[in-house]
Design a protein around this ligand. Structure first.
Ligand SMILES: Nc1ncnc2c1ncn2[C@@H]1O[C@H](COP(=O)(O)OP(=O)(O)OP(=O)(O)O)[C@@H](O)[C@H]1O
Ligand SMILES: O=C(O)C1=C[C@@H](O)[C@@H](O)[C@H](O)C1
Ligand SMILES: [Mg+2]
Length: 193
């Protein structure tokens, strides 16, 4: 989807086919859900919401503070509630927290209200990206790389249930966003027939 009149027509077609559905990005920490999600939303003229940000707003705490004060199970319960609510507020683009899609009820809800896109990245890419910030409680371990490797093993089969898979490699974010838009368009067309 480039920047000319046909691209505008493509966007209009995609928006029409999408209706009130959400485009939900899933994938591991560092996959680019927030970064690519923002660009995708701006490409499509849709609002962007980030479930991690929504959680921080409703709890008035940061995610590391939530993990610290209440532990991961409480965080997951809050996350599930937030994503259940967000899922029905489309049309929009939602960047989900890395663990959100692991919840079966969340997956069910997204199946009926969203087009889900797994942003898939390899271990080196993820580690390179998450090393820039230390705001991810799950990676505060003795060996973050090993932790990420374990998360890949546990989660990739589940993320693989998403409607669409896009490789989130080190190319411009705009390019990944436009690949997502094209794949969503193709998915919607296929499912119309
Ligand atoms: N295509 C890309 N090329 C280079 N860097 C990228 C790309 N996409 C994202 N990044 C960088 O990787 C880092 C992590 O990206 P981002 O925060 O979007 O990931 P996330 O999937 O939202 O992770 P989390 O689950 O922890 O919220 C950011 O610093 C971002 O700028
Ligand atoms: O992958 C995960 O489980 C997480 C990812 C982040 O988006 C945050 O939701 C939190 O740090 C947990
Ligand atoms: Mg994010």
């Amino acid at each position: 989807m480039g920047g000319d009149a046909s691209a505008i027509a493509d966007v209009a077609r995609l928006r029409e086919r999408l209706g009130s559905r959400t485009i939900a990005l899933v994938g591991l920490m560092g996959a680019g859900k927030t970064t690519v999600g923002r660009r995708l939303a701006s490409l499509l003229g849709l609002p962007f919401r980030d479930s991690d940000v929504e959680i921080e707003e409703v709890s008035r705490m940061t995610i590391p503070e939530l993990f610290e004060a209440y532990g991961e199970p409480e965080f997951r319960a809050l996350e599930a509630r937030v994503v259940q609510r967000l899922a029905v507020e489309g049309p929009q683009v939602v960047g989900t927290g890395g663990g959100a899609y692991m919840n079966g009820e969340t997956r069910e809800r997204l199946k009926s209200t969203a087009v889900t896109v797994w942003l898939k990245a390899d271990l080196d890419t993820l580690m390179e990206r998450v090393s820039r910030r230390s705001n991810r409680p799950l990676l505060k371990t003795a060996d973050p790389r090993e932790t990420m490797r374990r998360l890949i093993k546990e989660r990739y089969p589940i993320y693989g249930q998403a409607d669409i898979v896009i490789e989130s490699r080190n190319v411009k974010r705009e390019q990944v966003a436009s690949e997502v838009a094209e794949a969503v368009q193709a998915f919607l067309e296929r499912n119309e027939r």
